[in-house]
Design a protein around this ligand. Structure first.
Ligand code: SAM
Ligand code: SF4
Length: 327
């Protein structure tokens, strides 16, 4: 299905929990955020029903996220069930990687196609500082296990923050010279850590790219369904680097996604608080036809673009943390 601006909406990003086993400083306050009560979180059966109804509307690609999706019990059941839905061609998961070593084989066996691992430092102390206690070693073992399990190509998402990890941009890009990974740099968004985001800490994609270009020439690479990322390769490199200018919002015109929050709201745009409640009708006996109409409505009200800018420090105050929305 196309939205009123001609964008084909075929991607559903599902947050299965707002809880997390880490507290990344740019995502959450140190005390965490008040978690949803379990009864307010969509059950797997409810999520599966929504995907089953969304597939004929045109959803082809599903990403499972959170909070930390691997921290929710029996996630492989959901993976297996969503993968079995007619029309779902691509199923992926975004994780902090801490539990990936434990679950990679099981996830691959359940039908998961690939994983995105969020990793912001290769320095164990800095990693622990950024995540407020996470173990870098566990994540690296997880990435290795995911690769061996066939969850490929492994994607690593890094958020460079000035003064914290920006000196590592080059190291991250260099991995693609030796590993077949997709290393993607994502602009630090004005969401979540109220006391942390500032214009000074934010690094625009152009600046990140100019650091990466110092390593060597980059050739643009066309990757099917690359979404908002722009990909490049160094000569003869097995991997690729990608850049996502989330804040400088050059990707709204290609945005193909809807989000489903863990409390059952359809969110047409990450940066807009417009949400449409699906949980209440689901739990009040709505028919498939009614649920389908609500999904169509979310597509119809998807805004053309967002107005967040890197100079707009007040705008993020209105937004929930990514762990609540589903990053
Ligand atoms: N826990 C999983 C993880 O970390 O991959 C999935 C959920 S997390 C909210 C999804 C993504 O959101 C992560 O890649 C994280 O880096 C990103 N994220 C969270 N807050 C962000 C912010 N303020 N700016 C940019 N990216 C952010
Ligand atoms: Fe948790 Fe992911 Fe947010 Fe880090 S970015 S606190 S891992 S939800």
């Amino acid at each position: 299905m196309h939205d009123p601006y001609g964008r084909k909406i075929d991607y559903l990003r599902i947050s299965v929990t707002d809880r997390c086993n880490l507290r990344c400083f740019y995502c959450m306050p140190s005390e965490g955020v008040q978690p949803l009560r379990h009864k307010d979180t969509l059950t797997y059966e409810e999520i599966i029903r929504i995907v089953r109804i969304a597939a004929p509307v045109g959803i082809r690609k599903v990403r499972i996220t959170g909070g930390e999706p691997l921290a929710r019990k029996n996630i492989s059941f959901l993976i297996k069930s969503v993968k079995a839905i007619n029309g779902i061609e691509n199923l992926s998961l975004t994780t902090n990687g801490v539990l990936l070593e434990k679950y990679a084989d099981e996830l691959a066996a359940a039908g998961l196609d690939r994983v995105n691992v969020s990793l912001d430092s290769f320095n164990p102390e800095r990693y622990s500082e950024i995540t407020r206690g996470g173990s870098l070693d566990a994540v690296l073992r997880g990435i290795d296990r995911a690769e061996k399990a066939g969850l490929k190509p492994v994607r690593i998402n890094m958020v460079p923050v000035r003064g914290f990890n920006d000196r590592e941009i080059e190291d991250f890009a260099r991995i693609t010279l030796v590993k077949p990974y997709q290393v993607r740099f994502i602009e630090f968004m004005p969401i979540g850590a109220r006391d942390l985001w500032s214009k000074e800490k934010y690094i625009p994609v152009n600046e990140i790219k100019s650091v990466v270009e110092k390593i060597g020439g980059l050739t643009p690479v066309k990757i099917r369904k690359s979404g908002p990322a722009r990909y490049f390769r160094f000569d003869n490199a097995p991997g690729v680097v990608g850049f996502i200018n989330a804040v400088t919002h050059q990707f709204c015109g290609e945005c193909n996604r809807l989000r489903l929050t863990s409390d059952g709201k359809l969110r047409p745009c990450l940066f807009s608080e417009t949400e449409i409640d699906l949980k209440t009708p689901l739990r009040n006996g709505a028919s498939d036809q009614e649920i389908k109409r609500i999904i169509n409505l979310a597509i119809e009200v998807k805004p053309e673009g967002h107005s967040i800018g890197c100079s707009d420090e007040s705008s993020f105050i209105k937004l929930k943390p990514m762990s609540k929305i589903g990053g």
